[in-house]
Design a protein around this ligand. Structure first.
Ligand code: PLP
Length: 444
């Protein structure tokens, strides 16, 4: 065995890994066609035929709905906007609580705050990292208006159990599908399992339009409310004849024609991109299986996993080497990817800190200086608890997971072999790394 790069040996590889680049000639041609029309957006923020946007936006929405088996798809300019619109459409308001995940991108926990409602954090299932139905049940109060479920890392939460709880209490369920396009549960697409689903089309996701998003639903009246919130509801409701004015304070969440045209191309490429990623993970896992200290990801029965990232548990107690040192050693063995040179090898630890530990929640400051809305505002008769320890499985996951992106297409078998060799090499060197750590801490 050659010596670790961290300890002065030769690295497994120095040639950059290929970029995850999914934009090509099809997108360029589609964009060119839109440019030639000169119409880069046809939305009008008034009750008019163009209230629903231009031809690319409408075609994109129809094609998205068909591809994912949803009755309605409403495009938006980001998943963040989509989450805000979905929370608004659900009728969430001051005094309400929304159950959210602490282990996600911040927007999915912050969305209720936009409507002055209080996010209540439930814990995750340690196997899938998605909300645990039993923890959700324990957090339900008479104030619970919605549950915002995040299908994190590439597979869906246990939606049968979550919908059963929600139905018992008459609660709306929103699925954050940003990391799981084309994932299924029991043969059905994510984004159709709850009342609304929200997808992201930002640059880092499986398929993208630079920035963008889509809200899916099988409920035409919810779709209608999302469309209103997307496009200046307040100035549309009178002429449209909308009777329910709750949360009809609109935004501009409209997607442009150029992005919609790109989205139509991306939608066609998505299944193949996901299939390649799944094949790569299968190939890599055959080689990683059995490496001491690493636990491969669990895929729940009924789920397909689309591997936004590949997440493993790292057992520092078993190896005697900290996760931080393990990652450092991996980063020394492997290169960065093209277009992301500054990040080094795309492997890291922990994902995000449990969101309730962020200053906004710790200090309970969102809107206003004196009122402390919505956390302690006069409309709210609950008491939000954001103490450390409220979600032990999340805190444990944050302390033990390893995430990497070294399986995205167009990684080849040879590329994946280098990744597997680096993991094996580092794992074979645990004794040397233990010595190194002792020297670092000045004990030896
Ligand atoms: C990326 C992401 C978002 C936000 O998506 P944008 O389109 O950038 O607003 C929301 N939730 C999760 C889980 C994400 O990964």
């Amino acid at each position: 065995m050659s010596s670790l790069a961290l300890l002065g040996g030769d690295p497994v590889r120095t040639k950059l890994f290929p970029a995850y680049k999914v934009i090509g000639a099809e997108e360029a041609e589609a964009v060119q066609k839109v440019m030639e029309t000169g119409v880069l957006s046809r939305f009008l923020g008034a009750w008019h035929d163009d209230f629903y946007g231009g031809p690319q936006v409408r075609a994109f929405e129809d094609e998205w709905a068909l591809a994912f088996g949803a009755a309605c798809a409403v495009s938006v300019n980001s998943a963040t906007s989509g989450l805000y619109a979905a929370i608004g459409a659900a009728g969430v308001g001051p005094g309400d609580e929304v159950i959210v995940s602490p282990y996600t991108m911040s927007a999915s926990a912050v969305a209720p705050l936009i409507f002055n409602a209080v996010p209540v954090f439930a814990d995750i299932d340690p196997k899938t990292y998605c909300l645990d139905p039993e923890s959700i049940r324990a957090r339900i109060t008479p104030r619970t208006k919605a549950i915002l479920v995040v299908h994190i890392f590439g597979q869906a939460a246990d939606m049968d159990a979550i919908m059963k709880i929600a139905d018992e209490h008459g609660i709306i369920v929103i699925e954050d599908c940003a990391q799981v396009p084309f994932a299924t549960q029991n043969g059905k697409s994510v984004g159709t399992l709850g009342h609304m689903g929200v997808f992201s089309l930002n640059y880092h996701k499986h398929i993208h339009t630079g920035e963008g998003g889509v809200v899916t639903t099988n409920d035409e009246s919810l779709a209608d409310r999302v469309r209103l919130i997307r496009n200046h509801a307040e100035s549309v409701v009178a002429n449209k004849g909308t009777a329910d004015l709750i949360n009809m304070v609109g935004f501009n969440f409209r997607l442009g024609e150029v992005e919609a045209a790109i989205g139509r191309c991306q939608l066609k490429k998505g299944p193949d991109l996901v299939a390649k990623r799944q094949w790569n993970v299968g190939y890599l896992e055959e080689r990683l299986d059995g490496i001491p200290g690493l636990e491969l990801p669990h895929v729940s029965e009924g789920n397909t996993h689309v591997y936004y990232v590949h997440v493993m548990r790292y057992d520092a107690a078993a190896t005697g080497v900290s996760r931080q040192t393990f990652i450092k050693a991996m980063k020394a063995e492997l290169p960065a990817a093209e277009l992301r040179e500054a990040e080094g090898a795309l492997i890291g630890g922990g994902y995000v800190r449990p969101i309730y530990l962020q200053p906004m929640f710790q200090k309970k400051i969102a809107y206003g200086s004196a009122t402390r809305c919505p956390f302690e505002c006069p409309h709210y008769d609950g008491s939000a608890d954001y103490s450390e320890g409220i979600c032990p499985e999340t805190e444990k996951a944050h302390a033990t997971v390893l995430t990497h992106e070294l399986m995205r297409p167009p990684m080849t078998e040879a590329d994946l072999d280098d990744v597997a060799s680096a993991f094996a090499k580092v794992a074979e060197s645990y004794p040397a790394l233990r010595d190194w750590e002792r020297r670092q801490s000045g004990e030896g």
